[in-house]
Design a protein around this ligand. Sequence first.
Ligand code: SF4
Ligand code: SF4
Length: 409
Amino acid sequence: MPDVYNWHLGRNMSYRFEAGKTQRQFAAVFNINRCIGCQTCTMACKSTWTYSPGQELMWWNNVETKPYGGYPDNWDVKLLEKLEEANRGGQVWNASAPSDRAPYGTFEGKTIFELADGSQEQVLGYLPEEREYKAPNAFEDHATKFAARGASLPEHEGWFFYLQRICNHCTYPGCLAACPRNAIYKRPEDGIVLVDQSRCRGYRKCVEACPYKKTMYRPTTRTTEKCIACYPRVEGSDPMTDGLPTETRCMSACVGKIRLQSLVRTEPDGTWTPDPTNPLYYLVHVERVALPLYPQFGTQPNIYYIPPRWVPRSYLHQMFGPGVDDAIARYTHPSRRLRALLQLFRASRKIAFSFDVIEGPKFNEITVDGEKIELFDDTVIGYDSKGQETVRVNVDEPIHERPGKLNSI
Ligand code: SF4
Ligand code: SF4
């Protein structure tokens, strides 16, 4: 098997194919701290793509309540246990020497590709039963009784958080590696991962292999379907887009303003081309405030998360890797530029390819964890694929007072 570089792991790993030669990569950052669990994203996706017979159990976008919720049931716990069983005590990180090419240090354990037997199976996974898809929002808002030891503010005795999930359009997709029909492909122009329905025979090897369980079997057509990243919107070919790359349905519907989407430039080895003017490059590589979900699986997923501040660190380390402590520290005490960029989330439907910040006057002073923080009314500006300004937002959000006398409605 070819050796490919996986920068999430900080090392080479074996994968069935050479590194994908994508010019750009579909990617997004989800800020877990802001999600209100309203499921507007879930319904925006459902009502667009999966409302037909045979798709009843399909939720390409879902929001589950952690630690107990999961769609399908316990998808991550089941795989983590399988990996641990196959490499007992070995699934560990060495975070002592992070670098630009290995921002989280080195994963010394084994990935889903490296723990597969290589003959019968290309990927270590499991096939969920149909019943495991039937309660996509079980345990909604259920807190643990265990104290959130080691969490930063706000601290609670019990805790839970919402985890928003779509296909990660992985750089090294498990689904693609497992397909015996080569029906799954990754588009070179934007890294979106799609299933060729005419080639698929419904063997469900991809369902077994996707560590995030985001390929789904449709019994009425006997083929697999999955999130298509709303590619007509990303291309700007959908009539609603005015010809400009536009955010997906789940992103643009987000009520909590937790999501920011972009397309990042990539190098032939799958790393991101340095570009601090790209909002996602800035969040992931410059500030390192957003982290991949279960990077140890090895697929180099392209949805990144700002971890929740109120959750025990040991739980977050397992889920997002060793970058958690730095990410939470930077989010809790953001730089001026980061604070302004956080205002760009869900400010425009047009995909922001670059951003800029204009500094403004000081307008307030607050104390966080005993530290004094000055607030400045800076302005963040988002630019589309042609470099045209699409939106500008201030840090100091205006307050509108309703008139004392309400209207008659
Ligand atoms: S998340 Fe799953 S379905 Fe999506 S690209 Fe990765 S392996 Fe494939
Ligand atoms: S729409 Fe946004 S805030 Fe609501 S559940 Fe989805 S991600 Fe969370």
